[in-house]
Design a protein around this ligand. Structure first.
Ligand code: SF4
Ligand code: SF4
Ligand code: FES
Length: 226
């Protein structure tokens, strides 16, 4: 019979299998832990730290996306300390993020925006220092707006997992740290495999499909006219 690991999450007794992470067991039990860099079925990236939880006996918060469950663990996924930490992390991301939700193409599906709303984040507490990069729209398959990048690295890992030469990589340090294409060239018209893997998993408006101005409105007008 398969080995079972017994633990508690938020006081509820749950079981996991060897090798499962805290995040996987939590999600299997309907407990929502926010994540920005995690991609199901790919190795954990550990970049965003939003998935942190409190584990009894541990002096520091632990990343649930890469910490395996162990027998007898007692985990709190939404304790005051955890929520306060997640809030600070998201607030710091927003401090360098453009205030552009109202005109953002991904606004309705933006994971960053949803997480910020779930955490009830309001007016900025930290001094803001925005990243401004020109929107790269030369490529026929992808528009890139690095001002909105949260450096989760999902695009880097997803592209790499395809097996070919990855389109993206990380470069620079600190505030200047950035996802780059090639030797930090703009995303020109050269084609990638056009698999859309990176666009689909980008949690913000940094990567999106091209859309010509007025295209959606024109399509809607046609539908209304019948
Ligand atoms: S990427 Fe998300 S948070 Fe950023 S401007 Fe767009 S909707 Fe807002
Ligand atoms: S471009 Fe998107 S997927 Fe890539 S690191 Fe930035 S936010 Fe993450
Ligand atoms: S989801 Fe765990 S570190 Fe990002």
């Amino acid at each position: 019979m398969e080995n079972k690991i017994n633990l508690t999450i938020n006081g509820k007794e749950v079981t996991g299998r060897p090798g499962m992470t805290i995040l996987e067991v939590a999600r299997d039990n309907g407990i929502d832990i926010p994540t920005l860099c995690y991609i199901q079925d790919l190795p954990p990236i550990g970049a965003c730290r939003l998935c942190v939880v409190e584990v009894e006996g541990s002096r520091t918060l632990v990343g649930s996306c890469h910490t395996p469950v162990a027998e007898g663990m007692a985990i709190q996924t939404h304790s005051p300390k955890v929520i306060a930490t997640r809030k600070v992390l998201v607030e710091l991301m927003l401090a360098s993020h453009p205030d552009a939700c109202l005109i953002c193409d991904k606004a309705n599906i933006c994971e960053l925006r949803r997480i910020a709303a779930d955490l009830e984040i309001g007016l900025p507490r930290f001094r803001t220092r925005k990243h401004y990069f020109p929107v790269e729209d030369e490529n026929t398959d992808m528009v890139r707006d690095m001002s909105k990048c949260v450096q989760c690295r999902r695009c880097v890992i997803a592209c790499k997992s395809k097996g070919d030469e990855p389109l993206f990589g990380m470069a620079y340090r600190g505030f200047d740290s950035k996802v780059i294409h090639g030797y930090d060239q703009p995303l020109g018209s050269e084609a990638c495999e056009d698999c859309d893997a990176c666009i689909d998993i980008c949690p913000s408006g940094a990567l999106r499909k091209p859309r010509r101005a007025g295209e959606e409105r024109a399509a809607k007008a046609l539908i209304i006219k019948g």
